[in-house]
Design a protein around this ligand. Structure first.
Ligand SMILES: [Zn+2]
Ligand SMILES: [Zn+2]
Length: 239
C-alpha cells in the first residue's frame, strides 16, 4: 500500500548524510559506508537494561535508572545520538526531508521486533511536539516515524490521544532538573477510555535525559494505560 506522503521514491542525487553522489531515495537514503558506521555504532557499548542508554561495556543499568527507576517498561533506540544518527535526525527535523523517516521508522520497527521485552503492543502514540515547532516545521517528525512503525507492526497509531498543553522553552541548554521541571504536567491524555488497560508504544526521535519519555509515560499511566514502552531513533550515553 502506498503512503501518498512518504512512499514516493523521492530520488536524490546524494547520500543525505555524507553527500556522496549516487542514486538514493526513501528506501535507501544513505550510502553503504554511512550504514556500516551506523551498524558499528550499535555495538559501541552495552545498553542500560531499562532505558537503553549506551554504557561502558559490562554495566547493566545507568545511574539515572538506578537512582530513580522510570515507570516505562523498557526504552530502546536504534543507535547512539552521534553521527550519522545525529545528522539523519537533523536532516529529518531541520532540513524537512520527510522521506528519511521511512527508513528510520523501518529500522525502529526492526529494533522492536528484535527485542522480545516490548511484548504485545496495542497502540502507538507519537510524542506531541510544541505548537511552535509544528508551525515552524510544518510536520511532527515523531508522527512520521510512528506512521511507518505502525504499518510495519500492524498496530494502530493514535495521534490525538496525547497532547502537549503548553509550549516549553528550548530544552537543549537546560540541566536535567530544569528539563524535568519544565515538562511537569505538559502532556495530557485527551480520552482516557482510549488508553485504558492498553499496552502503549511511545515514539520519539531522541532520548536524551529521558524527561520527555518519562512525562509522557506518567500521563499515559495516570490515565489508566496498562503499560508503556518507548522506542526512539537515537539515545545518549550514560554511566
Ligand atoms: Zn553516506
Ligand atoms: Zn537507564
Amino acid at each position: 500500500m502506498l503512503d501518498p506522503i512518504l512512499d514516493v521514491l523521492f530520488p536524490q542525487g546524494a547520500c543525505c548524510i555524507c553527500r556522496k553522489t549516487g542514486r538514493y531515495g526513501s528506501r535507501q537514503p544513505w550510502c553503504r559506508e554511512c550504514l556500516d558506521t551506523m551498524l558499528d555504532l550499535q555495538q559501541s557499548g552495552s545498553n542500560c537494561e531499562k532505558c537503553g542508554k549506551y554504557l561502558v561495556p559490562g554495566t547493566t543499568m545507568c545511574s539515572d535508572c538506578r537512582s530513580k527507576p522510570p515507570r516505562f517498561d523498557i526504552a530502546r533506540a536504534v543507535g547512539p545520538y552521534e553521527d550519522p544518527y545525529r545528522i539523519s535526525t537533523k536532516v529529518l527535523k531541520f532540513m524537512g526531508k520527510k522521506y528519511v523517516a521511512l527508513q528510520m521508522g523501518q529500522m525502529m520497527a526492526d529494533k522492536i521486533k528484535s527485542e522480545p521485552r516490548f511484548g504485545q503492543i496495542d497502540m502507538i502514540v507519537p510524542v506531541p511536539i510544541s505548537k511552535n515547532s509544528l508551525q515552524v516545521r510544518g510536520f511532527n517528525q515523531t508522527e512520521l516515524l510512528g506512521r511507518k512503525i505502525s504499518k510495519e507492526l500492524g498496530v494502530k497509531m493514535e495521534c490525538g490521544v496525547l497532547v502537549r498543553t503548553k509550549d516549553t522553552p528550548h530544552q537543549t541548554e537546560l540541566s536535567k532538573e530544569e528539563r524535568e521541571r519544565n515538562l511537569a504536567c505538559v502532556f495530557q491524555v485527551t480520552d482516557a477510555a482510549k488508553v485504558e488497560g492498553k499496552n502503549i508504544l511511545l515514539v520519539d526521535d531522541v532520548y536524551t535525559t529521558g524527561a520527555t519519555s518519562k512525562e509522557c509515560t506518567r500521563a499515559l499511566l495516570d490515565a489508566g494505560a496498562g503499560r508503556v514502552c518507548v522506542i526512539t531513533w537515537a539515545t545518549g550515553r550514560g554511566f
